[in-house]
Write a new protein. Structure first.
Length: 345
């Protein structure tokens, strides 16, 4: 149990006092610095804006552990109000380093369990960072199972091979496929086809995760886009279209946050199974990086996440120069099992 008196309370950035919001912002940046030491701290206004602009389909519950006026821990439950995957919720617990091993994570669990049960969620998913072993230790105590192991890979753009990127662009099947851009929100006339194309990411490895396919809908896409616009995050999407059928065949996307001006996040890259084998993935990624170098010269690194089992994408990324940055494990555990653990403890 905790050696010092602490109190856990629900936290909502819109109703908390200015002092409370400032304290939680400080804790957030401390935890962020531990996970992403190369990145600058989040500015206060940007951090608050991020919390205020959560899309409506994202159901967010947060709690903060207080020691007087100091925020020393936080717990977050995230669920999605969608027709699919209504059995799962994402759980996250972060504790200031000097307060670990004092029972704060354990004392946060009942709040997560009660909120998950209120939303009728049966399975919790939780990610742990390889650089913070306390997370894995908690998952093992709970009897959680490994769902998937993945890695953040990072590309130092100063090591990019321009000749290789040019070769990938030249090998594109231009007679059979054409390229196009969506900069910012997707066009309404293509929305149904875009949702169908984005669903191709369901073919990516899920290993042992007990989850259903994610189904994109126009409403979910527009909610996500509205949130990005309010947070001033830019999304560039490059797509390829089959010339004869007019069908969208594949796409790649990147996200740029001006508050993290040196870092670009590579999002999805996907090609419909029937169009694979034409080098479309390499063509898309090489063309995208050409635009990034030309229009975002201050970007020095690109980050992406890949399942360790996703061999085809890992081959492309490794050839581009992406190298391992850190490992992540996504665990899964039944809500009822966590409640039993708390009762036994």
């Amino acid at each position: 149990m905790t050696k010092k008196p602490v109190e856990i309370r629900a936290f909502n950035v819109t109703t908390a006092s200015a002092e409370e919001v400032s304290a939680v912002h400080g804790l957030s940046n401390r935890l962020r610095a531990e996970m992403w030491p190369e990145d600058p701290p989040r500015g206060f206004e940007e951090w608050v804006r991020q919390l205020r602009t959560v899309p409506p389909f994202v159901l967010l519950r947060q709690w903060v552990t207080w020691h007087g006026g100091e925020a020393v821990g936080r717990a977050i439950l995230t669920a999605y109000d969608t027709p699919h995957n209504r059995h799962i919720a994402d759980a996250e617990i972060g504790v200031a380093p000097e307060w670990r091993r004092q029972g704060i994570a354990k004392r946060s669990l009942p709040y997560i369990v009660e909120a998950a049960e209120a939303l009728d969620r049966k399975l919790l998913l939780a990610g742990t960072d390889s650089t913070i072993p306390a997370g894995q230790a908690l998952m093992e105590r709970l009897g959680a199972r490994v769902g998937i192991v993945s890695r953040t890979n990072q590309l130092d753009l100063s090591r990019l091979d321009p000749a290789l990127m040019q070769a990938w662009r030249e090998e594109g099947s231009r007679d059979e496929f054409g390229l196009g851009w969506w900069l910012g929100p997707y066009p309404e006339e293509d929305m149904a086809a875009i949702c169908a194309l984005k669903d191709v990411m369901n073919t990516a490895p899920r290993d042992d995760l007990e989850v259903e396919d994610w189904k994109w809908t126009p409403d979910i896409v527009r909610q996500q886009e509205s949130s990005m616009l309010e947070r001033q995050v830019e999304r560039w999407t490059l797509f390829t279209r089959h010339r004869v059928s007019g069908e969208l065949a594949g796409y790649t996307e990147v996200f740029y946050d001006p508050t993290l001006s040196e870092t670009l996040w590579q999002g999805d890259t996907g090609v419909l199974p029937k169009y694979r084998g034409h080098g479309l993935g390499r063509w898309l990624k090489a063309t995208m990086i050409e635009k990034v170098l030309a229009e975002r010269p201050h970007v020095t690194r690109v980050r992406t996440g890949n399942a360790n089992s996703n061999a085809p994408m890992l081959r492309i990324n490794h050839a581009m120069g992406f190298r391992p940055y850190k490992d992540w494990t996504t665990w899964q555990v039944e809500v009822a099992k966590v409640r039993d653990y708390l009762a036994d403890a």
